[in-house]
Design a protein around this ligand. Sequence first.
Ligand code: FA5
Length: 353
Amino acid sequence: MCYHSALMMAVDRIEELREEALSAVASVGSTSDLESVRVRYLGWNNCSAELTEIKKGIRDLSPEERREVGGAANKATKEIETALAERREESVAVAEREKRLSSEAVDVTLPGVPYPKGSLHPSLRVIDEVVDFFVGLGYRVAEGPEVETDYYNFTALNIPPGHPARGMQDTFFLDEGLVLRTHTSPVQIRTMLSQEPPVYVVCPGRTYRRDSDPTHTPMFNQIEGLAVDKGLTLGHLKGTLAAMARHVFGEDVSLRLRPSYFQFTEPSVEMDVSCFVCGGSDPNCKVCRGAGWIEMGGAGMVDPAVLEEVDYDPEEYTGFAFGFGPDRMAMVKYGVPDLRLFFEGDLRFLQQF
Ligand code: FA5
């Protein structure tokens, strides 16, 4: 064999071994297989590999042959070592990732963390029932601001500055001319100023007075109602309120109107419902305390002075208005002895409803 073909065979064989080794490295599936490939192609201790054998034979070659075969063998060895190192790193990274995945695994079959379920506040339940009733009759829901001007809260309701009726509602005064509204009646004025009659609105909302005892809290809810139309009478007021009381307290209750006084209604009445617990038969009844009647709120025919204030013609239109305390209604309905419990935010109390 001539010098050139022997040299070419050795170089070709090195190239073959390099390719074989690289594809073996690329296809191994475990670190132990990787080690076998290394031993097979690069040898280990006494275990010689073909490439190492070729390298050993280099010393018997002429200087030119040595350079060529040695260069090819060193290059192949380096490439195989690099490929082996890369695969080893890869497999370490894969192993680490697998370890992390299994240690951080989430058991999707475990039950979730339950969120505590809330319940409707007793006052809100009554407000919803009353509002639903009036919406069913065709009333619209109207709202107004809790920080109110003196004009809407008092003056427009026929309670001018200095009038003794202002003293009946212990007021929280804010800046000049502003108050925390003491009732929802200012919404009557805002509604009438914003539209022409006929008016049928129901206005739930928070109100404020400097009060605190078992039946009075500084913040409480009211529900106002206002109807202005041609030919409305006290009879319409009584019929409407009686139907509302039956809706909230049950079919057997009846309504009683007592003469009263409000600066913005004339005549004015106080409305009571018959006791739905004892019907007046139990002198020791916890709800009506033997009276047979439970007070619900104030009402009356809209005073002509108020209609004039909002530019409605009192000769053409009449109206009735009413204002209940839904917190007091809830107290009676659910038998709660102290109104202050409603606003302390104690979950043990609120979860009972
Ligand atoms: C008024 O506030 C009138 N605006 C009601 C009204 C409207 C009359 C329309 C005529 C026409 P009074 O001050 O009586 O009225 O309050 C009405 C209801 O609010 C009371 O019956 C009571 O149920 C409730 N209330 C009043 N003050 C408190 C308080 N501090 N805590 C809880 N409820 C209260």
